[in-house]
Design a protein around this ligand. Structure first.
Ligand SMILES: *Cc1c(COP(=O)(O)O)cnc(C)c1O
Length: 457
């Protein structure tokens, strides 16, 4: 399988190269030249999560990994997800199901992809003897998942930038308490979008990029998207592979874009519904065709507090029929604040995506309502999803809402809604007692570069 950049000016790569580089050298994102059709959709029910993962991921990895290497990586990755089903599907109401993606070590769906790619990185780097520096930007959950997955992995240093004061205490401690030498938490003065912009600066400095062997594991990394395709298959299999809708609490558009790939591979997904909080650029774009960057309004679902949604570029590339020149033009306009989506592309997007936006009050109310109706305590991101999904339920069409994090990761919002602080699972005992290791850094690419050069092991 060959991977091309959405901007058309970077080398065509194989899976391993696309995984190790993250962002393409022309600033674009990698996509497979063609999406493989999946044969055997009807044979998945009853298979383990790991078995389904192997069948779904295999066509994307091409000859980058042997079957044994891939199988071993999948088994080691998902051993660390505590629930036997890994991504259990529970019923919220007749016809409405919750896909629980929060049983991993850092309690958010990002563990599913990060645990797997850490194993794949280790295999690839051992084979080549190469040493790399992973730099990531996080609104909270990516960073904790990356530090947890890569701590102690050979030949890798991990630097994670998070917006100072804008992540929850549990998220922060998950990043600052691991004591492995190769992981470094950086508190940046600014918003998540500033962290993302600085990350792009580092990648666009090709001298620095080559000097430290820069690699990215943000949701723009194609290998992460691939790992996230799997749970659309397992959820659809357990609902009998009939037409269904998915609602996805969305920020950077990685998780929902994985659903779009599953759809292209043949999973009978009718509509993918983008659920946003008050930072609703995607909802505005899909409603009006105008993709315009606003200012970030901090919310109780901080992992979705963004205005520039990186993976949306991939959806645009397809909606524009693979016209890399058009995408390059749009991304230039974005630097000046935004762009208009062409009528044809907007129609192509609307053929599969719907959207909805939820206010802070509605989010709180939904946590309360679901607790009263079912006893289930949702995290605020999942509550945004459920609130949007409930506006789009249709008789006879199953709805699956992705529950993207565990309520205990966001105890303040949950306490405001239902008056109780959800307990952390036992494997996180001691999180509040361990010493923290964190470096404050200005929102400045040069300052970051010197820090990375100095700290790398
Ligand atoms: C990252 C995250 C999201 C947003 O996912 P994207 O792939 O960036 O759209 C939603 N909820 C939680 C809890 C997250 O950690």
């Amino acid at each position: 399988m060959r991977y091309v950049s959405t901007r058309g000016q970077a080398p065509v790569l194989n899976f391993e190269q696309a995984m190790l580089s993250g962002l393409a050298r022309d600033g674009g994102l990698y996509l497979p030249e063609t999406v493989p059709a999946f044969s055997g959709l009807g044979e998945l029910d009853g298979l383990s999560y790991q078995d389904v993962a192997f069948r779904v991921v295999r066509p994307f990895t091409g000859d980058s990994f042997t079957d044994d290497e891939l199988r071993g990586a999948i088994d080691r990755a998902y051993d660390r997800i505590s629930h036997a089903a890994k991504a259990p599907l529970v019923q919220l109401a007749p016809g409405h199901h919750l896909l629980e993606l929060f049983h991993g070590p850092t309690l958010a769906f990002k563990d599913f992809a990060m645990q797997l790619i850490a194993q794949l990185f280790e295999i690839a780097l051992k084979r080549s003897g190469q040493r790399i520096t992973i730099v990531g930007a996080t609104s909270g959950d990516t960073g904790s998942a990356a530090i947890e997955a890569f701590r102690g992995i050979d030949n890798v240093d991990v630097f994670i930038m998070f917006p100072h004061g804008r992540v929850s205490e549990v998220q922060r401690r998950q990043m600052t308490t691991p004591d492995a030498e190769n992981v470094h938490a950086l508190a940046v003065t600014g918003h998540f979008d500033d962290c993302q912009a600085r990350l792009k600066d580092l990648f666009n400095d090709h001298v620095f990029r080559d000097q430290v062997g820069l690699a990215g594991v943000n949701s723009i990394n194609w290998a992460r998207v691939v790992a996230q395709i799997v749970y659309y298959f397992t959820a659809a299999a357990s609902l009998g592979m009939r037409p269904m809708d998915f609602t996805v609490p969305t920020g950077n558009f990685g998780d929902i874009f994985a659903g779009s790939i599953a759809r292209a591979m043949g999973v009978p997904i009718r509509r993918l519904i983008v659920a946003t909080n008050q930072n609703d650029i995607l909802h505005r774009a899909l409603s009006s065709g105008e993709y315009r960057v606003g200012t970030v309004e901090p919310s109780i679902s901080p992992s979705m507090d963004i205005q520039v949604s990186s993976n949306f570029e991939r959806a645009l590339y397809w909606a524009y029929g693979g016209d890399a020149a058009a995408i390059t033009q749009l991304m230039d306009e974005l630097k000046a604040g935004g762009f208009s989506i062409s009528q044809g592309a907007l129609e192509a997007l609307r053929e599969q995506y719907l959207s909805g936006r939820v206010s802070e009050e509605e989010t709180i109310a939904m946590i309360r309502t679901v607790r009263e109706e079912t006893g289930q305590v949702l995290c605020p991101h999942s509550a945004v999803g459920v609130a949007v999904a409930r506006k789009h339920l249709e008789p006879g069409i199953p709805m699956v809402t992705l529950a993207t994090a565990h309520a205990a990761k966001f105890p303040d919002a949950v306490e405001r809604a239902v008056g109780l602080r959800p307990a952390l699972p036992p494997h996180m005992d001691g999180l509040f007692d361990l010493p923290e290791r964190v470096t404050r850094v200005e929102n400045d690419a040069e300052a970051l570069k010197s820090l990375i050069l100095e700290r790398r092991t």
